[in-house]
Design a protein around this ligand. Sequence first.
Ligand code: ADP
Length: 366
Amino acid sequence: MADVKLHSVVKAYGETKILHGIDLEIRDGEFMVFVGPSGCGKSTLLRTIAGLEDITGGEMRIGGRLVNDVPPAERGIAMVFQSYALYPHMNLYDNMAFGLKLAKVPKDEIDRAVRYAARILHIEHLLERKPKDLSGGQRQRVAIGRAIVRKPEVFLFDEPLSNLDAALRVRMRYEFAKLHEDLKTTMVYVTHDQVEAMTLADRIVVLSAGKIEQVGTPLELYEHPDNLFVAGFIGSPRMNFIEAELVSAAADHAVLRLSDGATIRAHVDASRAKAGDKVTLGLRPEHFEVGGDANLISSTVTFVESLGGVTHAYCAYPGVEEALTCEFDGRKRVRSGDTLQLHLPPDLCYLFDAQGLAFKRLGAAA
Ligand code: ADP
């Protein structure tokens, strides 16, 4: 087991900088997930830890050892890719044993390692099969098994579930969580899927355009996003944003006016702002309530999706281009054309300044 420390890590291809000085500490035994939109540099960052990409600047340490110039095979890591890259002519046992055979590990030790990995991954009964006789999920397990037998200090996973169908992804997500619980090894996992990140991670690194936007536990990111980017990225359906102007700003609340004149009170520390400042109000779809005496906006339902357990109502609101998304209990009947008085609980309002930086929410869990 080992921790991973990155200090001012820069990666450039020629003139083009892909990673702009990454500072990050991945703790020993932690399940860390890198998440961000396509092209933000997640895979590149993972590949620099693996040693598959040289870094252009900065320092990288694994288990305290400077590894800038250490080749991948000597870093104590094992990487699992999106494509399983199994040897088609070998059965599962041999696929998993291959790396150890090459390293001239004694036969009985290989046998113990392969059977241990197979047991953890529930593929003991498949060891004689060839990859072509397996499902996608089983193949992915073999690829993970091949990493486990090497007893790495750090596992690196690059979008390992993206080739699987939705149902299998949910099942394998659970298995990854179990795997981490069983092995307790440091794991770094890349995904573009924020639900996967939220469900698997001890902590999440949100990346955008080669920079870290925020690092935190899933609930820290949900409750206290540092900025508009993280607020919009974490949470599904995504947060609604409404432009507003501050009417009053204090250390324990802010009052804002929306474009249709509605007045909304938010339970935030707005001591750094003043009346007249432009702000953005953020509201999660699951936090709207219908009816109440204050903190109301009036909005017309334009479209309804009934998913059974929950209903998504899309509501037109002045200044909001794509309609507000509201999530209600599935038993609530909402129809297109209804006018709703939506209550925005002050404790559940998110507020951002003109630079997109969050004001501290006071009613949320710390
Ligand atoms: P992500 O995994 O977040 O989708 P990547 O790390 O794969 O993003 O890529 C980040 C950026 O680096 C992208 O703009 C991509 O085009 C660029 N990139 C990746 N590999 C290379 C390369 N070998 N040469 C030049 N640019 C690259």
